[in-house]
Write a protein that binds this ligand. Structure first.
Ligand SMILES: *[C@@H]1O[C@H](CO)[C@@H](O)[C@H](O)[C@H]1NC(C)=O
Ligand SMILES: *[C@@H]1O[C@H](CO)[C@@H](O)[C@H](O)[C@H]1NC(C)=O
Ligand SMILES: *[C@@H]1O[C@H](CO)[C@@H](O)[C@H](O)[C@H]1NC(C)=O
Length: 385
């Protein structure tokens, strides 16, 4: 029993080839964990195939991508399906989960039960837990670090982070919940230290942390020193603490994905191209934080595209959020606005910016403005004359 469990762990964590040679040595020692045909090539486990077939899982697909699951002698197909059914999954959902993550059938029912108990600490609602399993089957069915997982969950709960957020973070960065809790503690300490050093109030720390983690759970998989350097860089560049908090919360993934050198290059490039001073560039960044994170060739292309459309540097400086949009979108929007009679030169870039919805609303207003006289109820009617 113990050996079987060790074996399936191997399948979870190693690449196929390593596992194959690993199991071969087992077979040679005649533990018999894998069925071998007369030629010594692995034979698929007929029972696994049958049971998956009954569940209408596309076996060809599994065979193509993860054949090693099918040749494993021990599998718990029906048990895993029963667990999913009990969580509320229907036939289609079960087939889809097992097709995308067939490794799930190698987990013993005991493992699955333990995993479920731990996850219930943050997600007691079956329906929600099933949604997580559907989206991140590997996070749920990766067994073997339950003590760390549990300790990490408890730590995040102690911090006062809400359960929903914790389950989101675990699901999207599962590897970090299998590490000892100390690593996450170190990361959280770095974040809260930086927050306090930038003048944040202790009473606001938790909501801030919560917001930060929900915007960017991947912060947890970064090196804490990078986050610290990035925060210090922004501070030294002249952003006030409040402005930095604003930037952090506006730009998803911002603080963990960027480096000091890339931010410095983007700042220098934008400052030079828009021909502005330290204060102006700061205001521009606050209006369009994306400038810090876009690759320079993209910034260049967008800027050139705007200038080619007759938009001036002055207009870009006034409405830098226009740089968040690709050149194609800008072109499309300009055409749409111009055809409704909008004068970009006179009236500015404002209506061009924002999300698709923002744009639809503002261009709708422009069209309305133009058409209103037709429907004006107080306009004198011809028959009155
Ligand atoms: C799994 O369930 C199917 C259908 O109920 C059954 O035919 C099959 O024998 C079961 N497999 C195992 C290994 O019990
Ligand atoms: C099963 O998967 C294979 C390989 O991905 C694919 O070609 C085939 O169309 C699928 N069959 C069904 C019934 O979806
Ligand atoms: C999270 O996981 C990644 C990848 O395994 C690792 O590089 C990083 O240091 C981890 N971070 C924490 C806080 O455990």
């Amino acid at each position: 029993m113990f050996r079987v469990a060790t074996f399936s762990l191997c399948l979870f964590y190693k690449r196929q080839q390593i596992c194959l040679s690993f199991t071969r040595s087992f077979t040679k020692k005649s533990y018999g964990y894998r069925l071998l045909s007369s030629k010594g090539t692995e034979t698929e486990n007929a029972c696994t195939i049958d049971s998956l077939g009954n569940l209408e899982v596309n076996i060809s697909k599994v065979r193509q991508l993860k054949r090693w699951v099918l040749v494993n002698q021990v599998a718990y197909v029906n048990e895993t399906a029963e667990f999913l059914r009990e969580m509320g999954a229907d036939k289609t959902q079960i087939a889809s989960i097992l097709e995308r993550y067939p490794e799930a059938v190698l987990c013993t029912p005991t493992d699955v039960q333990l995993q479920r108990e731990i996850w219930q600490l943050v997600c007691s609602n079956k329906k929600e837990l099933l949604m997580i399993i559907e989206k991140f089957p590997s996070s749920f069915f990766t067994i073997g670090h339950s003590n760390n997982l549990k300790a990490n969950i408890e730590y995040f709960k102690e911090l006062g982070l809400n359960k929903k957020l914790i389950s989101k973070v675990i699901a999207s960065a599962p590897q970090n919940f299998s590490h000892p809790v100390e690593k996450n503690k170190e990361m959280i300490c770095t974040l809260t230290d930086s927050y306090m050093k930038l003048g944040g109030l202790r009473t606001n720390m938790r909501p801030w942390l919560q917001k930060l983690l929900s915007l960017d759970p991947f912060i947890l998989i970064k090196d804490p020193s990078i986050i610290k350097e990035n925060l210090i860089f922004l501070h030294v560049t002249g952003f006030t603490s409040t402005e930095i908090f604003g930037l952090l919360t506006k730009l998803k993934g911002f603080i963990s994905a960027l480096s000091v050198s890339s931010m410095a290059e983007n700042l220098a490039y934008t400052k030079k191209s828009l021909n502005c001073n330290d204060q102006t560039i700061k205001d521009i960044i606050l209006k369009c934080p994306a400038i810090l994170s876009l690759p320079i060739p993209v910034l260049m292309e967008r800027l050139q595209g705007l200038l080619n459309s007759g938009i001036t540097l002055g207009q870009i400086k006034q409405t830098p959020a226009i740089l968040e949009l690709t050149s194609q979108i800008v072109q499309f929007r300009i055409q749409k606005l111009v055809s409704s009679g909008y004068d970009i030169k006179k009236e500015g870039l404002g209506p061009l910016t924002g999300t698709k919805k923002d744009f639809e609303i503002s261009s709708g207003k422009i069209q309305l403005k133009k058409e209103r006289p037709i429907f004006n109820p107080v306009a004198p009617l011809k028959i009155d004359r």
